[in-house]
Unconditional design. Sequence first.
Length: 272
Amino acid sequence: MPEGPEVHREADKIRNAIGDQAPIYLYFYHDHLKPFESDLTDKKVENVEAYGKGLVISFEDDYHIYSHNQLYGKWFIKSAGEYPTTNRELRLEIRTHQKSALLYSASEIDVMDSVSLHEHPYLNRLGPDLLKGVSPETISERTIDDQFRRKSFASLLLDQGFLSGVGNYLRTEILFDAQIHPKMRPMDLSHEAVERFSKSALTITGRSYQTGGLTTPEGLAVRLKSEGKKRKDYRHYLFGREDKPCHVCGENILKTRMSGRRIYICESCQNL
């Protein structure tokens, strides 16, 4: 499932293609949304914004299309009237004179006004978005709040009500960068370790957004690439690298499951 950095990059891509333009054609797959095809035609796209793992396209006159890709949804940008070669099912098309934004296979799409948008059960419970200017201090305060401090980090980082947009690969990478074992809880950490976690959450998420998915620092990625390593070997510190040596200490990486999802640990760098 795409995580916050990927959804933010998708929002950028859609905004660049159709932002500040009025669609000349819209298509909705779902029958209950068909009336909005005519309602939204000729209404300017005012903004495209990521909300955690969801995405909202805002039109003038207080119309908003909310979508969540879940596991299979995928956006394509094509020249107006063109379609990708794919076996996926088209769920939404927004076409301007120059470009088409096409959403395939997404299971959750709706149109609402701003009141309904803020009351939406997913959007309403989201925690701070790490790619929207949140400060390390805000993250630290939230981390030690009574609502979260007793939960393991393995569980906490999959809770969209804690920090929105964090998913499986970011969970592994943030905890490694912060040198925190996933079984630990905020209440187990020193003040310095909480601050380290907050900085790592911002650094790793921001780096992934800026680089298109890399969570390792530039120097390490460049060095490994120059040594002939494939992207899968230098993209992440730990994620997807079970039984391979840690880039920092050389110990083999462990793959396990926590909170129902796979997670990767360096037991030397992240000792309990």
